[in-house]
Design a protein around this ligand. Sequence first.
Ligand SMILES: [Zn+2]
Ligand SMILES: [Zn+2]
Length: 109
Amino acid sequence: MWEGGKRTVSVNAYERSADARTACIQARGWGCAICRFDFGRVYGVEFQGFIHVHHKVPVSKVGARYKVDPARDLIPLCPNCHSIVHYGNKTRSVQEVKTLLLTAKRQNK
Ligand SMILES: [Zn+2]
Ligand SMILES: [Zn+2]
């Protein structure tokens, strides 16, 4: 939840589907695809598997017949990175957010 509750991360049906989530995590692992954050490693085994999944194809571009391939179309992201991907009513690419992270890190040194 964001401060003030003004912004929320909107997730689509694929991101909410438990089956798609499981398939995505099985294919890609527990860690965030952007910052490698792993809840199980940081907070303990109880939290292993707590990760968001992000659907890479914007729903608006998805046709009615589109079938999700969890390994290809979904990607595990930590809530922080997921929020940045969707921040401000747009959807950034995973690569874009990776670059933001690296650039900010460099500037904060
Ligand atoms: Zn992350
Ligand atoms: Zn998402």
